[in-house]
Write a protein that binds this ligand. Sequence first.
Ligand SMILES: *Cc1c(COP(=O)(O)O)cnc(C)c1O
Length: 399
Amino acid sequence: MRCEYPRMEHDFASVEDMLQALQPIEPVYCVYPKVLSRVTREFLQGFPGTVMYAVKANPAPMVLRGLIAGGLCEFDTASVPEMEQVQEVMPDATCHFMAPVKLPGAAARAYSHHSVRSFVVDHESELERLLDELPGRDVDIFVRLAAHDSDAVYDLSTKFGAYPEQVIALLRQVQASGARAALSFNVGSLVLRPAAYLRALEQCQQVLKRAGVPVRKLDVGGGFPAWYPDVEARPVHEFFSAIGRFACAIDDSGPVELLAEPGRALVAEGMSVVTRVLLRKDGRLYMNDGVWGSFIEPVISKGLVRYPTRVYRQGRLLETRETIEFTLFGPTCDSLDVLPRPFPLPANIQRGDWIEFGNMGAYSLTNRTGFNGFYPNTFARLDSVDALPPAGATLEKEQ
Ligand SMILES: *Cc1c(COP(=O)(O)O)cnc(C)c1O
């Protein structure tokens, strides 16, 4: 199934204008293109190599256009439909096929229809199939090293990645095939400290020393943090300088081009979700969006991820004097549809009010399910320089 995005796009100067015009009953994704472009520009300027956006974090066309306006033109895609989504918005976008498990025929199609020339593998069976499918050898084949780190909120290493011995064997097989051998890893998602990347880079260095295969590209994956209240992550520029310094000297045999696949770090800040309060029962609020819609991340992070909020009443920002902690439920009939930790919200919040949750650009709309018929799919663009998402999170943090 292709995810369908609404053709109709609404433009507003502010969330208040949007609320007054639409009086939305369903959740609204508020996209801040200026924020997306600024964050992207800063990432592109700061990261010492090539930046591919991990499309799965947020593939909405309006969001992709915000990133492209910030200078982005390379994309980490995991399927042919993702390549189509990207190239619909930007026909000459460069897509990379960075998923270690692919549908049969997908690599061949990516090569011939989407000009893809980078692929990743973490097992010899997948390499064998990839080489069978590809019509040419003018490709970079990245071998993905398993890297796991306790500094990552989400660990990916139990699913993907090969151990050093296997990596060395795979790099040699790639080289023997006539393709260019390259190396990649992913330390996880929402990585809190740069040291996690340095530990993985050290493993890469060991592998390179032993493999005896020229490797000119090193992909450090995604995982760069975004700001959330209570999450103590170092700012991304510290990751850039640490990675850049280490990678300079990683291989004696020649220069290595660095690549990164940020998802969350590019999109988190530039999109909010405006939900509506359907029912209040004392300290419990029932909203029109929940964990089967845009709010799975608070659950899978075991409550660590929360969002800054703003509350609106009758289309106007509600001045908050006193806050209390509310338990937030989604609209489905499922008992799991509740956020794991309460959110501080105005004590006088009531039915009909809207709550804007900031920093929701990453892994919110990607995880919508349609459970019980609730499927948020309304988008509003707030393209004015004055439009800022709740709490101007990053700015506040860095000052
Ligand atoms: C999900 C994913 C990313 C992006 O991760 P973030 O934590 O959002 O930066 C990058 N690369 C691969 C292969 C992924 O699966």
